[in-house]
Design a binder for this molecule. Structure first.
Ligand code: ASP
Length: 319
């Protein structure tokens, strides 16, 4: 059985748990070679709820692409999550600007960057992938495309995020905010998809785009091998195409854990300006093995199987 071989990383510790399904699922149900037990992983502990939704979608027999979209939409709709979608911390001008990307098991990809006033950038990214010959749409063009496809314009700046911006504006104090959702899922047909959605760095320069919409930077999926997602300072991820690198190392035979460690070590050796900077990676291979590693401490991630929905804290390089 594929899942009896799953190993979680040795250095992780369980920091939260919730039982997802009261109904137990017979392992025989998935014994055939054409049906597999699904799995969902995502960055950051609060996204357990998004993983739970994605797993529901998978258990209904839907694709990993549907699961990624529906799971990430949960985080995008949450006004209390201040770094994705509604309630996202704005840029230096007090404007919420969103980046997202999605990739399926056929190597198709779509992304949006600097998108404003649209609640579900992950769904717009999917439409870019499915309805156009392009991979990325940005800014006004992305918004026009979204509206033409039935999305409504809405205000995403909540009272709470506006207050945070006013406070920052008056004091201009440095704030750290890294809570991008990056998610990977394998469906019953053993197909993997991935997605990322974020409002990016708090109080960033107007016009700044991060790693999240760059395919290969914050997210990459190769259905033969596995996938990876990132969170943290996007500039450090974009310079090294970390997610692509991790998938390539897994192709060479690295475990997801070793591949994440390799990417962080390589980043660490390449620069010496890590003050106030963190970068974290999460990877999943086609055998259902999970790996996670971070430059600095504090990175949490969620792993959801048919049996459980749990969060873990990853190990880090700079202790
Ligand atoms: N990677 C995101 C960005 O740089 C930030 C984050 O992960 O919170 O836009």
């Amino acid at each position: 059985m594929r899942f009896s071989r799953r190993k979680f990383i040795k250095s992780s510790s369980i920091i939260g748990s919730s039982l997802l399904f009261s109904r137990s699922i017979s392992s025989d149900l998935f014994a055939s070679t054409s049906e597999n037990k699904p799995i969902v992983v995502s960055t950051w502990k609060p996204n357990l709820k998004s993983n739970a939704r994605a797993m529901e979608v998978l258990l209904e027999g839907n694709s990993s692409l549907d699961a990624i979209e529906e799971g990430i939409k949960v985080t995008e709709s949450d006004p209390n999550d201040n770094s994705v979608g509604l309630g996202g911390i704005p840029d230096e001008l007090g404007i919420v600007t969103l980046d997202a990307s999605i990739m399926d098991w056929n190597g198709n990809a779509g992304s949006v960057a600097f998108l404003q006033n649209i609640l579900h950038p992950i769904s717009v990214a999917r439409l870019v992938m499915e309805k156009t010959n392009h991979v990325m749409l940005v800014g006004e063009g992305a918004k026009k495309f979204a509206i033409e496809n039935g999305f409504k314009e809405e205000n995403l700046l909540t009272e709470k995020s506006n207050e945070a911006w006013l406070k920052w504006k008056s004091k201009k104090q440095k704030t750290e905010n890294h809570d991008t959702i990056g998610m990977l899922a394998i469906d019953k047909m053993n197909n993997m998809s991935g997605g990322v959605s974020t409002s990016g760095m708090s109080f960033k320069l107007h016009g700044r785009v991060g790693d999240s919409p760059i395919i290969g930077a914050a997210m990459f999926v190769d259905n033969k091998i596995g996938g990876a997602v990132s969170t943290g300072n996007g500039e450090y991820v974009m310079r090294t195409l970390g997610s692509f690198l991790i998938v390539e190392k897994m192709r060479e035979g690295f475990s997801p854990q070793n591949a994440c460690e390799y990417a962080i070590e390589r980043l660490f050796k390449s620069r010496n300006d890590f003050d106030g900077v963190n970068v974290s990676y999460l990877a999943l291979n086609k055998s259902g093995e999970v790996g996670a590693y971070s430059l600095k401490k504090g990175f949490t991630y969620c792993v959801t199987t048919t049996e459980e929905n749990k969060s873990y804290e990853s190990d880090c390089l700079m202790k």
